[in-house]
Design a protein around this ligand. Structure first.
Ligand SMILES: [Zn+2]
Length: 431
């Protein structure tokens, strides 16, 4: 029997937004699955980091991608980078000698003579975090490669896909034709851009946000129907529906860099000895080793801000899957509160203003930190080892998905931080 895994990610969909009226396909699917009632994201709760954690089954401390935006030491200076760029992984490889520090599922499958295909409608950098070195296939509007990192063009690429619900629909059609049928990839992942894209631009719970959720739910319905048809043909498919993080409502934007300057800890905007890199409702703060005597003052300043929820430094970084490496002084989770927005959707947060690009829109959605709503993605799994209609109340996170998928594909998962989520009886009740 052909063993396969199919994953559909509805980017940014909060678990508390799953309702029979707005997500009928997922509500119907739930009855056939095991639901993970305490599923969490990682830190930062941001797409590129979650992508690397999903692909490797490891926390950031092990795979080495610390944020959606990070700083790297280059020629003795800290330089901030947007990981979303299509060429970031190549730059990282040039700086460190490798991209991610742990093997991806694409690499593990290629070694076993099998194939992984990702169709993504989020940032190109997030898409590439699944397979930075080109062991399998990555299809994204701004970046498409096949095995050997061979760039795909023309009809082989998906350049006309738009970053919206219409583009998600185009990408889904391509995914069904090329990954589910077509090459019949052992691991086929469809990472939709919605509802995340819309939630960043409108208030959570508003009609536009709910329409984006409904559209993504309809894409899942298409995939589920296609999976059911292939099961009838005899394929043993593990079907996973999930999101990567939730969203909070931005009620204030903080320019952390400006506050560090005003406090006299950073000379001016050009002072690269101390850099705070925004990750939405979180920030990563890097300190150059020449400035080490300042560390205690910076930590004390950050911990005392009203917009700070928590500061992790030193060995405490391990609590959120990080490590005091690569000149990371601390990670800041911005303060959140449970208050509801005008549409009755709970969860407000401060956002950290990014150095470049548009600051977050007040009253719209954002994520990155440890707030209850952004740490509330959903996870449902249907297939061998997952009882239909069951609810799993124990901990689970994106690092558990690679071991779960590899186990279904009968491939070893050594080196993963996560744990396979199948019930222990799986070994005995199939094959
Ligand atoms: Zn996301």
């Amino acid at each position: 029997m052909t063993l396969r895994a199919v994953v559909v990610v509805l980017d940014g969909l909060r678990r508390d937004m799953l309702r029979a009226e707005t997500t009928p396909a997922l509500a119907d699917f739930a009855a056939a699955t095991t639901r993970f009632a305490a599923h969490r994201s990682v830190f930062p709760s941001a797409t590129r980091v979650v992508s690397a954690c999903f692909a490797t089954g490891c926390w950031p401390a092990r795979h080495g991608l610390f944020g959606n935006s990070v700083a790297l030491m280059e020629d003795g200076e800290l330089v901030a980078h947007d990981v979303g760029r299509p060429d970031f992984m190549d730059h990282l490889r040039g700086q460190r000698g490798h991209s991610l520090a742990m093997p991806t599922m694409a690499e593990r499958l290629a070694r076993a003579g099998r194939e992984a295909m990702l169709f993504s409608n989020v940032s190109p950098g997030a898409a590439r975090a699944h397979d930075p070195d080109g062991h399998g296939w990555v299809l994204h509007r701004a970046w498409a490669h096949g095995p050997g990192l061979r760039r795909l063009e023309g009809a082989e690429a998906v350049a006309s896909v738009t970053p919206d619900a219409a583009g998600d629909r185009m990408l889904t059609e391509a995914f069904l034709a090329r990954a589910l049928a077509g090459r019949q990839a052992a691991l086929a992942v469809l990472w939709l851009g919605e509802p995340d894209t819309t939630q960043h631009a409108v208030p959570l719970g508003s009609p536009a946000a709910m329409a984006a959720i409904a559209a993504a739910d309809a894409r899942f319905a298409q995939v589920r129907a296609a999976v059911q048809a292939r099961r009838v043909l005899g394929e043993d498919i593990l079907l996973i529906a999930c999101s990567d993080h939730g969203h909070q409502t931005v009620h204030a934007v903080v320019d952390i860099e400006a506050e560090l300057i005003a406090a006299g800890l950073k000379r001016d905007a050009a002072d690269a000895g101390l850099i705070s890199v925004s990750n939405g409702t979180a920030a990563l703060v890097y300190l150059h080793p020449d400035r080490a005597p300042q560390a205690a003052a910076v930590l004390a300043f950050l911990a005392a801000r009203p917009w700070t929820g928590a500061v992790f430094s030193g060995t405490a970084l391990a609590e959120i899957g990080h490590a005091p490496r690569d000149h990371l002084l601390c990670a800041v989770a911005m303060a959140t509160e449970p208050t509801a927005n005008d549409y009755g959707v709970p969860g407000l947060a401060y956002a950290a203003r990014p150095a470049a690009g548009k600051p977050d829109r007040l009253g719209c959605g954002q994520h990155g930190g440890l707030g209850a709503a952004e740490q509330m993605p959903f996870l449902m799994i249907e297939g061998a080892g997952f009882a239909a209609g069951a609810t799993h109340g124990g901990p689970s996170s994106p690092v558990d998905l690679a071991p779960t998928i590899l186990r279904h594909l009968r491939l070893p998962a050594q080196g993963c931080d996560g744990t396979a989520l199948q019930t222990p009886t799986l070994e005995n009740d199939d094959d």
